[in-house]
Design a protein around this ligand. Sequence first.
Ligand SMILES: Nc1ncnc2c1ncn2[C@@H]1O[C@H](COP(=O)(O)OP(=O)(O)O)[C@@H](O)[C@H]1O
Ligand SMILES: [Mg+2]
Length: 303
Amino acid sequence: MDTLEALQRRLKREQRARAEAERYAEEKTRALFEANQELEAIKGELEALVDARTAELAEARDLAVEANEAKSAFVANLSHELRTPLNAIIGYGEMLGEDLRALELEDLAHDALRILSAGNYLMVLISDLLDLEKIESGELNLNLEEVEIEPLLSSVGDLIRPQVEANRNRLELEISDTATTVRTDSTRLRQILHNLLSNASKFTHDGLIRVESFPELRGEALFLIIEVKDTGIGIAAEDLPRIFKRFAQANPSIARSFGGTGLGLALTRRLCQRLGGDISVASKLGSGSRFRFWLPLDPPLSL
Ligand SMILES: Nc1ncnc2c1ncn2[C@@H]1O[C@H](COP(=O)(O)OP(=O)(O)O)[C@@H](O)[C@H]1O
Ligand SMILES: [Mg+2]
C-alpha cells in the first residue's frame, strides 16, 4: 500500500514536472517565433533601405556618365570648330611670312612668324586636349602593327633635331639590337617620343640628350624600355609627383620662361598606359632628368 501511494505521488510529481517543462518549451518557442518575426521585419526594412540607396547611386552614376559624355562631345566639337579656322591662320601666316621675306621686309616677316608660332602652339594644345579626352572616354582606337624600332627612333630624332640644336644640345641614340621590333601603334609611339624629346630639348642648354632602348623581362612578359635622358635643369623632388597631371608644370616660373601648356606629360603617360605600359621619371634639380617608359613587345590582342 505504502509503495502504491509512493508510486502515485511520484507519478503526480513527474506529471507536474512534465507539464511545467512543456509550458516552458511552449513559452520559449513563442519567444523565438516573435524574435524571428522581428528579425524578418528588420531584414525587410534593411533590404528596402539598400534598394533605395542602390537606386540613388545608380541615378548619380548615370548622371555622372551622362555629364562626362556631354563634356567629351563638347570638347570634340569645340576642337573641330577651333581647328578649321586655326588651319587657315597657320596656312596664311606661313604664306604671308614667305611673301614678306621675298619682298625683303624682314621685320614684317618676323611678325608673321609670330602669328605662325602662336597658331602652332594652339594647334598642339587642341590636339593634346582632344587626345586626352579620347583616351579618358575610352575612344582612342589603336592601330597595332609590327614596328621597326631603329628607323622609328631615328626619324623622330631627325624631326626633333632642329629643336635640340636650337639650344646647342647634342642628340644621341643607342638602340639595343636584341629587340628590333615592337608590336604597337607607331603614331602613338612617335607622339610619346616627340613629347619627351621636345621637353628634353626645351629644358636643356649646351647639354646632351640621349635616347636608349632595350628589352627587359618583367614577370612573364618582355617589354621594350625606352629612356630619354638629358643633362638639363632637372626637376625638384617636391615637383615630381605633379608633372604627370594635366596642366601641371613644375612651378609657375616654368610657364613664364619656357612656355608650354603642362598637357604634354599628362597625355604621354596616358598614351603609355593605353599601349599597355607606363612611364616613370627620375630627376634631380640642376643635374638632368631621365624619363623611362615601357611597352609590351607583344601586347595582348585585346589592347
Ligand atoms: N626634361 C625635363 N627637364 C626638366 N623639367 C621637365 C622636363 N620634362 C618636363 N619637365 C617639367 O614638367 C612639366 C610638365 O611637362 P609637360 O607636361 O610636357 O608640360 P609643358 O612642356 O607644356 O610645360 C614642365 O613644365 C617642366 O616643369
Ligand atoms: Mg612638354
